[in-house]
Design a protein around this ligand. Structure first.
Ligand SMILES: CC(C)(COP(=O)(O)OP(=O)(O)OC[C@H]1O[C@@H](n2cnc3c(N)ncnc32)[C@H](O)[C@@H]1OP(=O)(O)O)[C@@H](O)C(=O)NCCC(=O)NCCS
Length: 190
């Protein structure tokens, strides 16, 4: 068993072999996942009619929904982006190095620039832009404060931790027969 990968109207999810996609995640249609990225349990990425592009070394944490937006808006997530548990990423852009806290909602046409952060529980309404070095919070989200050294530590720590976790979970899932990966199956049979 592996994750659910569903072709849709001529498009098929394209996942790097170096990514980790949890076995109960669902990817539909025009979805691209880059190397080193992890898509966690119960995520749904639905790229119907427009692309969802996720770059390298991102973590899209458990229960997150990623969809395209209205008026045929694609969704773009760059490299080294963390998206906390149960977020909703909808027809928007999170540039490389952006951060979306747990339960964050990013609506159509919104942009989080690299080094910008939507705090936990924030609702970023359509077309709003979090500039690099800013944290926005609340519902609707408003500018809250500037990113500080501790936040930069959190950004880097989360990327690194999730890369380690992804390797461990990939192995655990392979050992349990849930993700096909010959390396880990061989290791498990020692
Ligand atoms: C932004 C964030 C780092 C908190 O920043 P902080 O400066 O450390 O904030 P503090 O915890 O010192 O809280 C300061 C005040 O802001 C409030 N606050 C904290 N986080 C808040 C949030 N996300 N939204 C609204 N208010 C918040 C606190 O209640 C506190 O209010 P008070 O002064 O009335 O008591 C944190 O909210 C966040 O979003 N972390 C991301 C964690 C995450 O989602 N990780 C991904 C999963 S691993």
């Amino acid at each position: 068993m592996s994750y659910l990968s569903i072709p849709y109207e001529g498009t098929t999810p394209d996942v790097s072999p170096d990514a980790f996609v949890a076995p109960d995640a669902t990817l539909i249609g025009d979805v691209t996942v880059g190397a080193g990225t992890s898509i966690w349990f119960k995520c749904v990425l639905r790229g119907d009619s427009q692309p969802i592009t996720i770059g390298r070394n991102c973590n899209i944490q458990d229960g997150t929904v990623v969809h395209i937006g209205g008026n045929n808006r694609p969704t773009f997530i760059g490299d080294n982006v963390s998206v906390g548990h149960m977020a909703l990423i909808h027809g928007c852009t999170v540039e490389s190095g952006g951060f979306v806290g747990m339960k964050g909602i990013v609506m159509d046409g919104a942009v989080i620039e690299g080094g910008g952060m939507l705090a936990t529980g924030g609702l970023l309404t359509p077309e709003k832009r979090i500039k690099s070095g800013e944290i926005w919070a609340g519902s609707p989200a408003k500018y809250w404060r500037d990113v500080g050294p501790k936040d930069l530590e959190l950004f880097a720590y989360t990327i690194g931790t999730y890369q380690d976790l992804a390797a461990k979970h990939k192995r655990a899932c392979a050992m349990a027969g849930l993700v096909a990966d010959a390396r880990f199956q061989a290791a498990g049979s020692d």
